[in-house]
Structure formats: structure tokens, C-alpha cells
Design a protein around this ligand. Sequence first.
Ligand code: LRH
Ligand code: MN
Length: 396
Amino acid sequence: MKDKGVEAVWKALDKLNIELTSWGFANTGTRFGKFIQAAAATTIEEKFSDAAQVHAVTGACPTLALHVQWDLPNGLKDVPQVEKLAKQFSIRPGSINPNIFQNQEYKYGSVGNPDPAIRRTAVRHILDCVAISEALGGPDISPWFADGSNYPGTQNIRKRIGFFEEGLREIHAALKPGQRLLLEYKPFEPAFYHTDIADWGMALLLARGAGPQALVLVDTGHHYQAQNIEQIVAWLLHENMIGGFHFNDRRYADDDLTLGSIDPYQIFRIFHEIRMFEWETQTTADIAYMVDQSHNLKGKIEAMIQTVCTAQELYARAALVDHGRLAQLQQECSLVDAEETLRGAFWQDVRPAIEEWRKSRNLPADPMRAFRANGYLERITRERSEKNRNTTSSYA
Ligand code: LRH
Ligand code: MN
């Protein structure tokens, strides 16, 4: 690779931070059960400790997204402990994820529930998350709403839109300057007839209606098979409404597999839309790149290291696109040359340049090998296996 290419790769890697998610280190499964890993994290301390391992060998994930009901069950009262852990492990708390989908009262929805008392409870919880985020200094609060219905005629879809508009306006009004409300959409599951915030358009309209600090979060697994995700990203960039991503991969639905494991070109095409936008506007889009995966079978820390390294490789390749030449070829409609300008970057082997970048940043050239050699996994397996042995694995 020419020096210009190596320089572009290094500049890109210096810029790319991937936010890990605490629940990616915990024992998770599918509705058919979960396979318990002896080394899995159950406490918030263990989640920070595991995230610090990934950051230590990749140098690219200084923040950890937290899910309030799982990580701060006592709400604001748990903030001092999280602050202590953040200092201890040099990992900053990242986006704050409300949980308005797990509790029994949310059977018919949360902010979209016909019962005003339950809507109140849900809005109250998200307002608590805004306060927690402010206390922890992270800018983002990223609610995902499982709200919807399973059968035609059982809910008034338009009425529920009104409930969301009302609730999100109240939540937006509580945001402090610099805070962002990231609305995550999902077409289905757990609701299987309609989901209130099912696609990017619904999320964008609700975010716009709430206020200027509300943006859209794109979970790559939350799309129908035939949807062109990078076109959605292009629209959200054009509208200045993109706030962040939950990266993962899938073969069928919201499979939450490791990034780039099924369709690495998909993530490359998304990164390309962002880098081309940044080149054209000479700006850096304020986007939170987060991982939202469920490591049901793979070792969770290894899966996270694999994910961050793959994200670095695909982002580095997108940095190799000659934007000036591509813009010219697009203008001339030189289809083959334009396509080859993009594909050519994808086929570049950036791994040697990335290894050199790591060495130059005193990071291990091979993060996975370094992690496997440092004995951390053996230690936590010993320390945690007793506790994890008693974890229930059954679905019902
Ligand atoms: C919903 C989702 C959401 C999280 C959850 C763990 O599918 O993507 O982002 O709250 O997974
Ligand atoms: Mn998600």
C-alpha cells in the first residue's frame, strides 16, 4: 500500500472509537434458552473489567454503554459506584439505555400504552435515565421501544403515535445542553403485528417532533432483508438526523451476530456513506459507533475483540476510497470506474498498515493473541464459574 494509503488508514484509526455494550459480556441467549459461559460477566464491575481488556488490546473502545435496569438497578443511587469503576478501569460510561420493555406492566407497551399511568411510569424511568446520563457525563440516552401489538385491530396505531409524541416532547424538555436522545427503531420482535417505531422514517418524525437534541439510532439488525441500509444512512446524514449505530450482523432477522461475520461489505458501504459525507462537507459527523450483539456461543470478550478489529479494518478500507476521483466518476456516470473505485478500496488488505499503527501506539499488533496470552480469561473463569453455574438457562 502506498504511503498515502497508510497515512489515510492511520488517520482513520486515530479517529475511530467503538463503544462496547455491557450486556455483550453477560450470559444472553435466545427464546429457546441460553448456554451459560463460566467466564461471563454478571456484575457491573465485571463488565467494566472485561471492557477494559478489549480496550487494552485494541485501543479503540474507551466507553461502555450501560443498560439501566441491568447495570444501575438502583438508578441514580448507583452512579457513585459506576463513577468509581470508570476511574478504576479507565473506561468512561457511554450511552445510557432505558429499559421500558422488560417489566410486566409493559405488556401493552410503555410510552405508547393506552393506560396513562403506565405511560407515566415509562416516561418517569426515561427521565431518570436522562439524570443518570447527566450525572455520569455521557451525552447520549438511547431508548429502544418494544411497543406495538400482535394482532390487527387490537390497538389504535394513530392514538399510540400521539402518546409517543407527547412522551418524547416531555423527555426532550428535560435534556440538558449537549445531551442527545437517540431513538432506535425496529420493524418487529417482540411485537409481531405492528411496532410503534418500526423504521427510520417514524423515528425521524418523532425525533423531529420532540426537539433538536433528538436523533435517530440505526441498529443494523433492525431492517427487513431487502432494505438498503446505507441509503437510509445517506438520508439521515442529509437530514442531519443520524446520532448513532448499534452494529452487529445477521443472516435472517435481528440475529445480533458479530459485526462483519455475514456481510462485511454492508458495514463497509455504511462507513463509505459517512466518509464521503465527511469529505464533501469537510466535517466530522457526530456519530456514536456502538456494538449491540448477543454472544450466545462465542467467548464474549474474544467476540468483542474480533468485532472491534473487524470494524477497524472496514473503516480503514472506507478511508482508502479516493473521494475526489469517485465524485468525478459519479458526475460523469462512469459506472464501472466509479464502482471499481469503491470496490477497489474494499479489496485492499489494510491489516499490515493496521498492525504498524498498533505498534506505533504501543498496542499489540495482534490483539486476540495478546488477550489469549495474558491469562485474564483463565483467571475470570476460575473466579466466576461457581456463580455462573447457578444461572438458569431455560427459556420457560
Ligand atoms: C433491541 C436492542 C436494543 C437493546 C436490546 C438489548 O433489539 O437492539 O438496542 O436495548 O437490543
Ligand atoms: Mn440495538
